[in-house]
Write a protein of this length. Structure first.
Length: 311
C-alpha cells in the first residue's frame, strides 16, 4: 500500500513574498502531485504538505533553496490516504497571525527545550505550562496540568496573556503548540512584555509524541492536526477523531453517539448554534458528497481540510 509522506514545516526568515514566489512554489507542488497548504509572508514560510516520499523531498529541496531556508526543519509523519484534497500557496501578512506589531521571532524568542527535557521542566513547581493553541484543539489533548487560555483564535492570546501574567508575575513560563510556530511568536511576544525567562517545546507536540516513549509521557489525549487525519497520538499514529463538517470541531467516539450528531449536518458542539436553514444546506452538501463518493469521486466543496491556516 502506498504511504503518503506528510511534512509540517515553518521558518522565520526574511522573504520577498510576492506572486512570483507564490507561483514558483505552487508549480513545484503541482509538478510533483503534492497537496496541502503553504503560507508565505515577509517574515517566512509555514505549512503542511503531503505526497509521495520522493515528491515531498523534491518540494522540500525547492523550499530549502529559498533565502534563509537551507536549514529548515520539518516534522514528518505518514498517512495511508492523501490528507489534503488540493494545493494552496497563500500570500499573508504573517505566517501565523498574532496581530501584534513589533513581535519578531527573528530577533528574539524564548529558550528552546528539547522533547526529552520537557517533562523535567514542566514538572518544576515554579513553572506554569501554557497551551498556546485554540480551545477546540486543547479539548482533545494537552500536557498534564497545562493552562488552557480558552481562545478561539491566536489573535486573542496576547490580551489573555497580559491578564494572566498579573496573577502569576514571578512564575517561569513554558509554552507549547502543535509544531512550534505559535510558540515562536508567543515567546517572542512574552519577551517584549518584559519577561526574562520563558521556554518553549522545540518541535512542538508532534516532535514530543514522536520522540518520547508513551510510558514516560506527560501528554494526555490526542493532538489535533490541520488535515483530514484530524488527530494523531504517540508515535504519530492516527487518532480516533473525525471532524464535524458544519463547525470543524473534532469529534471523538462519544460525540458520534450523541443524538445531536448527524453526519455532515450537526454535532453536540454546534447543534444549537446553527439555524434550521443552515442544517438543511449542510444536509444537501452531505448528499452531494455521498453521491460523489459512490461515483468514486472526491467532492471538494464538502471537505474541510487545512483551510484554517493554523491560527
Amino acid at each position: 500500500m502506498t504511504q503518503f509522506r506528510v511534512a509540517a514545516l515553518y521558518k522565520f526568515t526574511p522573504l520577498v513574498a510576492d506572486k512570483a514566489l507564490q507561483d514558483r512554489l505552487l508549480t513545484a507542488c503541482r509538478e510533483q502531485d503534492v497537496y496541502g497548504t503553504l503560507l508565505i509572508a515577509s517574515e517566512g514560510i509555514n505549512g503542511t504538505i503531503a505526497g509521495a516520499p520522493d515528491a515531498i523531498e523534491a518540494v522540500l529541496n525547492v523550499i530549502r533553496s529559498l533565502p534563509g531556508c537551507a536549514d529548515i526543519e520539518h516534522k514528518e509523519s505518514f498517512a495511508e490516504e492523501q490528507p489534503f484534497l488540493r494545493m494552496k500557496v497563500r500570500l499573508k501578512k504573517e505566517i501565523v497571525t498574532m496581530g501584534v506589531p513589533g513581535v519578531d521571532p527573528q530577533k528574539a524568542v524564548g529558550s528552546y527545550v528539547a522533547p526529552e527535557d520537557w517533562n523535567e521542566l514542566i514538572s518544576a513547581p515554579d513553572v506554569v505550562t501554557i497551551d498556546t493553541r485554540n480551545d477546540y484543539e486543547v479539548r482533545i489533548g494537552q500536557f498534564k496540568g497545562a493552562v488552557n487560555p480558552e481562545t478561539t483564535s491566536f489573535r486573542e492570546f496576547p490580551d489573555w496573556f497580559r491578564k494572566f501574567r498579573e496573577t502569576r508575575p514571578n512564575a517561569r513560563i513554558a509554552m507549547y503548540c502543535t509544531g512550534g510556530i505559535r510558540c515562536e511568536k508567543s515567546t517572542a511576544f512574552a519577551l517584549t512584555e518584559g519577561l526574562d525567562e520563558v521556554y518553549h517545546l522545540k518541535g512542538g507536540i508532534l516532535k514530543y509524541l514522536e520522540t518520547v516513549p508513551e510510558e514516560d509521557s506527560l501528554w494526555e489525549g490526542d493532538c489535533f492536526v490541520f488535515d483530514r487525519r484530524v488527530a494523531v497520538r504517540h508515535g504519530l499514529e492516527l487518532g480516533d477523531y473525525t471532524t464535524c463538517h458544519a463547525c470543524r470541531e473534532p469529534l471523538g467516539p462519544e460525540d458520534l453517539k450523541s443524538p445531536h450528531f448527524v453526519a455532515g449536518v450537526s454535532c453536540p458542539h454546534c447543534r444549537e448554534a446553527r439555524s434550521e436553514e443552515q442544517r438543511q444546506r449542510y444536509a444537501e452538501r452531505q448528499r452531494q458528497e455521498a453521491r460523489a463518493a459512490a461515483r468514486g469521486e472526491r467532492h471538494v466543496g464538502a471537505i474541510l481540510d487545512a483551510d484554517a491556516d493554523n491560527d
